[in-house]
Design a protein around this ligand. Structure first.
Ligand code: PMP
Length: 383
């Protein structure tokens, strides 16, 4: 039985063409670090880092590659913003759909006198924008929102959130873990101050590398959380305040950078809109099929338009973990069950604490995969 990989919300598989080759090329032919040598291979590695920053800026509409930080992933970028910005007495707004990548650092920061409120979302996971405006306080410093829920797939109206943030002089952190590469993001038009991205999901690169794109004003305000050698300004023991060195101490993940650079060139050559269209067609097919199946509950929107291809299903009266196990052992279908690191999202959707079985589609998913999943759901739900 050939496995059918339907867990793209966790990580993409397969990766973009050229990703593996670029990583092997680095490890076997280049091998040098960046910013630390003047020989040719070190210069080449520096150029690949620059190319990655430039392509990310092009994809997400930012005009300054020095404000594109290379990080180990979305979680890292989110932490850089929360810990580097917030001070005692500051207040943060989040949605009720956040991932623990946002909630756990905020829970830790509570001990330092930082408070937060959750903006309510409806039963599909869409944010209540008027409630957001009412919850802003004079000490609100940041709004941190997941662009699309990794549980329900609902995509928030980032442009509207950005407008409210701008009107109130509040920074806007967008967690792009579920939309980077899947859904168009225009940092400038949407008024985004910080965009945290993993390289291994919609950008189709390897794990352990991602990016944090910062507006110039936030980049200048933010304190670096981790400091150390940058290969630059080596005469001083103080962290340089110029970008990106201010936030990039230590030797970076160069195999990851080479892999991601190749992957984002592929994503850019195809265009994010093409990925969105393809995934929306798959979503439409899946939703059409689900409508004919009685004994399942979809925790998320039935409309294929303002959503990503992430579908959480509850099989009432059955154990979701057992369903996921049977999906693999009887049908070769790989999904993820449980609470998906997002207890607050499941509370919002009414699926806490039992969780759901999540089917998520992406690069490489075919109509045949969707039909196989529907057939399996039909059989399992009727047991
Ligand atoms: N936010 C959301 C909404 C996510 O789905 C994830 C990954 N599951 C993250 C943040 C964290 O991403 P990473 O594990 O790549 O740091």
């Amino acid at each position: 039985m050939t496995p059918i990989y339907l867990d793209h919300a966790a990580t993409s598989f397969p990766k973009a063409p050229g990703t593996t080759e670029a990583m092997v090329h680095y490890l076997t032919q280049v091998g040098a670090s960046v910013n630390r040598g003047v020989y040719h291979s070190a210069q080449q590695a520096g150029l690949v880092c620059l190319s990655l920053r430039e392509t990310l800026c092009e994809l997400f509409h930012h005009d300054d590659p020095t404000c594109c930080l290379l990080t180990p992933g979305a979680t890292w970028g989110i932490n850089l913003v929360l810990r580097g910005l917030l001070k005692t007495g500051d207040h943060v707004l989040v949605s009720s759909m956040e991932h623990n990548a946002v909630m756990r650092p905020l829970r830790q920061l509570e001990a330092f006198g930082i408070t937060f409120d959750r903006i309510p979302c409806d039963g599909d996971g869409y944010l209540d924008l008027s409630a957001m405006e009412r919850l802003i306080r004079p000490n609100t410093r940041l709004v941190a929102i997941s662009h699309s829920s990794n549980v329900s797939g609902a995509v928030q109206d980032a442009a509207a959130i950005g407008r409210i943030c701008r009107a109130h002089g509040v920074y806007f952190l967008l967690d792009g873990a579920q939309t980077g590469g899947h859904w168009p993001i225009d940092m400038q038009a949407m008024g985004i101050s910080a965009l945290a991205l993993p390289g291994h999901k919609g950008l189709l690169g390897p794990q352990g590398i991602g990016a944090l794109l910062l507006s110039r004003s936030l980049a200048e305000t933010l304190s670096p959380v981790v400091t150390g050698g940058t290969g630059s300004a080596s005469h001083t023991e103080y962290q340089p305040d110029y970008l990106p060195d201010k936030f990039e101490p230590g030797t970076p993940n160069l195999p990851g950078i080479y892999g991601l650079e190749a992957a984002v060139r592929f994503v850019a050559s195809r265009g994010i809109e093409a990925f969105r269209k393809e995934e929306q067609e798959l979503s439409r097919r899946f939703l059409d099929g689900l409508k004919d199946i009685d004994r399942i509950h979809l925790a998320g929107p039935w409309d294929h338009r303002d959503r990503t291809a992430v579908f959480s299903l509850d099989f009432p009266g059955q154990d979701n973990a057992e369903i996921a196990w049977r999906l693999e052992t009887e049908f070769g279908i790989l999904t993820r069950c449980g609470l998906h690191c997002a207890p607050s999202a499941h509370k919002t959707l009414g699926t806490f604490p039992h969780g759901t079985v999540r089917f998520s589609f992406g690069f490489g998913t075919t109509e045949h995969h969707i039909d196989s999943a529907l057939e399996a759901i039909r059989i399992l739900s009727s047991d």
